[in-house]
Write a protein that binds this ligand. Sequence first.
Ligand SMILES: Nc1ncnc2c1ncn2[C@@H]1O[C@H](COP(=O)(O)OP(=O)(O)OP(=O)(O)O)[C@@H](O)[C@H]1O
Ligand SMILES: [Mg+2]
Length: 300
Amino acid sequence: MERDDSGASRICVTNAKGGTGKTTIAINVAGALNERGRDVLFVDLDPQGNATEGLGLVEEYDSGPPTLFDALTDHSRREVVNDLVVEHPEMDVLPSSIDLLQAEHELTIADLVARSKSDPSLSGAAEALGELAIHVDPAAVTGTHALDALEQTLAAVEREYDYVIVDSPPFYGKLTDTGIFAARNVIVPALTEATSERAIELLIDQIAALEGQVGISVNTVGVVANRVENTGEDRTMLQWLNEVFDGFPVWEVRKRVALQRAFSAGTSLFEYEDSVDMEDVFLEMADELDRQFGYTEVTA
Ligand SMILES: Nc1ncnc2c1ncn2[C@@H]1O[C@H](COP(=O)(O)OP(=O)(O)OP(=O)(O)O)[C@@H](O)[C@H]1O
Ligand SMILES: [Mg+2]
């Protein structure tokens, strides 16, 4: 039996610090959900396109318009998203593309247009801002902000999914904000090293600022301590993460070369030939997601 309310559960895997394992965790959580019989749409919101290339979609990453960039930044073309979704053995994928590099600029303009339209002292600014944009049409921008670009794009997706997993870029900005805004749920991967403390503190501040700015509430689904080894620094950081995220799941993914090999093979651990111990951790995450999002029975 599936849960009652319709619409996919969306989770953004995010941490502005680079190389913490966002892409690895996102792909393997998606793989575990698929293993559990869930239908998953994987969204690569990172202009670097690591997940897109990793999942074997190099051509899609290099392809010309329309791309995810058009769907996100052109209000009149959200539905092109339906032509962009690609099938992968474990999940459907909404690929990143090289022109997503321009999305920060465009979404910033859209956001400024929204703000200027809702502030009478800035009347006229919207049109001028529109002149600087590639796609953004000031007339099409409504509301007090433009962080709903991904939410609107996902709303235009015709196929139904149980879960949407969003892999986010390694920087704070509009793209990441649109990912968190659309998902309202985050999984935070963090390395068990001292530099992660500051990154986590900044992330918590960033999410709080976003919540205040646009009036949403963001749920922390859980934290993934990633690339864990048996050193004192790892133990100290695990303790710190458990204290900061008291009451939330803190999963431990150990350092395993199989995760890199599976990524190079274009799959999660679950499609990869050799089975490894870390599969259990990702299945636990999938179970916890099913529990938090009210999926009562496994349908696999
Ligand atoms: N648990 C792990 N064990 C071994 N290698 C790992 C593990 N997690 C991630 N890696 C490797 O670490 C590198 C960085 O991981 P990944 O690309 O997932 O991080 P990211 O946060 O998505 O990076 P970016 O910030 O650039 O988007 C990759 O080479 C990946 O294969
Ligand atoms: Mg990444």
